[in-house]
Design a protein around this ligand. Structure first.
Ligand SMILES: *Cc1c(COP(=O)(O)O)cnc(C)c1O
Length: 403
């Protein structure tokens, strides 16, 4: 039997990854300075306590429902289905959540954990500003101090999100080192955490970073897939043939995919950003075109040059513009549980316009990558298929990029 199938069988038996050291196969783990181990251990312990605690679960359910607006609809997009020549395309409407994307599912979970741990201050790093806004939002809600690290270059590019964060009471810290973008902001945030760990909680925005973040963020996002699974069973009385979602760090995709892991007939397709085209070198397709390496505290697929320097990622969708990806995706790719493909900026813009025109729904440019994939010639999805696509966010933020 092929190695990938054996690995998959093993996983199906365990169905409990990551292991105690935070590994998904060879991926994941902790690659951080010694000074952070204590903080990560403390977080791991508190998180496993919270997982067992019914009060924590009911608190989180309350805020997801009453504050964020869950459950989100599973909408049968009939016009889009007809246009694409696919029997049924359902959209999981994360775009309808408070703050306009799935990121609030995770920041609500993490802020409740921070409060439990008695931390009075949140820190976060942000590239496009969307995770910064989602963190500043929950900090306002719980009356915590909030500092968001952001590269100077990004502060200029994302002025509107900077204004939002400030209005919400957060301080935006200008990072002037390196390329002045996300990866430098993350380095600074980690440095801050080392120094202030006693009163500070570090909120990571996707399924990346050192253990326990990839597992924890996945579990906070799996509400997407848990709801979608129950909804499709109710509406169709069967499971879907395909799940499709865009992949930046990979949290909305894993949120949808993970609850279907053992349903081996359900195929999963993650859509990365091919940017200006793979051959241009300006893209963010770390799963399809990256190599195994360490970034931001864990081992995964990353974009690096032959000297081991992290490359600058590119995508028209700011949320996909990241030179790494969560370790669990690298694992799904290795065992062939999911397929990963890449869509260019140009194709994504067509997806953006298509959904707006035929359904009256303006998608985030990130989600538009997933839409565009359904439109692409040669995609394996058959005519009689039922598809669930994660509409990770709304596109109001992207209007200036889209013409
Ligand atoms: C941040 C973001 C993404 C990418 O992040 P993932 O962790 O890959 O989900 C995708 N869509 C939207 C709308 C986002 O804001």
């Amino acid at each position: 039997m092929k190695k990938s199938i054996l690995l998959q069988k093993k996983y199906l038996r365990q169905n409990k990854l990551p292991d105690k050291t935070g590994h998904f196969g060879v991926f994941g783990g902790r690659f951080v300075p010694e000074t952070l181990i204590y903080a990560l251990d403390e977080l791991t312990k508190e998180y496993s306590r919270a997982k067992q605690d019914k009060k924590f679960a009911s608190q989180l359910a309350f805020y997801l429902r009453e504050y964020a607006g869950r459950p989100t609809p599973l909408y049968l997009a009939e016009n889009l289905s007809r246009y694409l020549g696919i029997k049924k395309v359902y959209l999981k409407r994360e775009d309808l959540l408070h703050t306009g994307a799935h990121k609030i599912n995770n920041t609500l979970g993490q802020v409740l954990l921070a409060v439990r741990m008695g931390k009075r201050r949140l820190i976060a790093e942000t590239g496009a500003g969307q995770h910064g806004v989602a963190t500043a939002t929950v900090a306002a809600l719980f009356g915590l101090k909030c500092d968001v690290y952001m590269g100077e270059e990004d502060i200029h590019r994302q002025a509107l999100n900077v204004m939002r964060m400030k209005l919400l009471g957060a301080r935006v810290i200008n990072v002037k080192s390196g390329t002045q973008t996300l990866k430098d902001a993350m380095t600074e945030a980690l440095r801050d955490w080392v120094t202030n760990v006693r009163n500070t909680y570090y909120v990571i925005g996707t399924v990346a970073g050192p253990h326990p973040y990839p597992e924890m963020v996945r579990n906070f996002q799996r509400v997407i897939g848990d709801e979608a699974r129950a909804q499709i069973l109710k509406q169709e009385n069967r499971l879907p043939d395909y799940l499709v979602a865009c992949v930046g760090g990979g949290s909305n995709a894993l949120g949808l995919f993970h609850p279907f892991f053992n349903d081996s007939k359900v195929k999963m397709i993650g859509v990365e950003a091919a940017g200006l085209g793979i051959s241009s070198g300006k893209h963010s397709a770390s799963l399809e075109y990256g190599s195994t390496g360490v970034l931001h505290g864990s081992k995964s697929k990353i974009l690096e040059d032959k000297f081991g320097q992290i490359k600058n990622a590119h995508s028209v969708a700011a949320g996909l513009d990241y030179p790494g990806v969560g370790p669990e995706h690298a694992y799904y790719q290795e065992i062939k549980r999911a397929d990963y493909v890449a869509i260019t900026d140009k194709e994504a813009l067509e997806g953006f316009k298509l959904l707006s025109k035929v359904e009256g729904i303006i998608p985030a440019l990130e989600s538009a990558h997933a839409i565009a994939y359904l439109k692409k010639a040669g995609r394996p999805i058959k005519k009689n298929a039922i598809v669930i696509l994660c509409l990770s966010g709304r596109g109001d933020k992207d209007l200036h990029e889209s013409h």
